[in-house]
Design a protein around this ligand. Sequence first.
Ligand SMILES: [Mn+2]
Length: 309
Amino acid sequence: MTGANTRAYEIIGAPFDLGSQTRGASAAPAVLREHGLVRRLERLKRRGIEVVDGGDVDAPTEGDDTTAPRNVDAFLSYCERLLPRLGAIYAADRVPIVLGGDHAITMATVSSAARHIRETHGPEAPLGLVYVDAHPDLESPKPKPSDLHGMSVTYLLGRDASELTRLAGFAPALDPANVVMIGLRDVMDEERAVIEDRDIAAYSASDIERLGFSTICEKTFEHMVERTAGFFLSFDVDACDPTIAPAVEYPEPGGLTFRELRLIMEHAARAPNLVGLEAVELIPPRDQDARTSKLVVELLWSALRGPVL
Ligand SMILES: [Mn+2]
């Protein structure tokens, strides 16, 4: 792994949106490019940061929504194409910047990062996950139709015997001790129980108010840098306050500000052991004035660019 200042990134679109009831996140990679994401990130070259655009891994648009979870077969067959593509990015010694798609894709992106860590640092080396989201995505698999994007972390932690838990080639992909969730505002009872039982570090919007955001950030990234071999940053756009990012499935008031999100992203980009980041759940058809898309572009750019002063 090269140092943070000479790092090479590869942008890849994963326009899979069958993991959600609300379709439309599949349009996000194209819209983010339209708003100058690639153009702006490529300019970082003069700061020693190389960014290339690897294009999209085209996703299916039809699935079987009578299965539980819905469209699970379409997702598993998509993973057969997405996982090797992510593996190739690691083989080229680059850090993936993945554009979703809905949050189901995290099962593939984080599994791929877990595999990369194991291959480069050995079987005992821990992967970290910073999960920036209004929701913990810890729903349990249910017999009734349910949506993959609410269960991503459940499967990454190895609950259930499903093939979804073994996308890394081993299970679990993640140890709950190395997961930090930031920005939670909407948590189901069953999810709260998992957070307690498995002792997951989770910060709600109220914790941010109580403890202070910079303290939470410092604690989180100290853990990621010192106690994991590498970590992945997953950013669900609904972590943002809906006044600045309305184009999501469930806008929840009281979300993170631009400055808070920038601080998280900046910490991640500066860390020597970042192994990937992603922005998911942006729904362009709901983004009437393109406010949310522009915000995501601005965030990624300003974070990778590094400190202002
Ligand atoms: Mn999510």
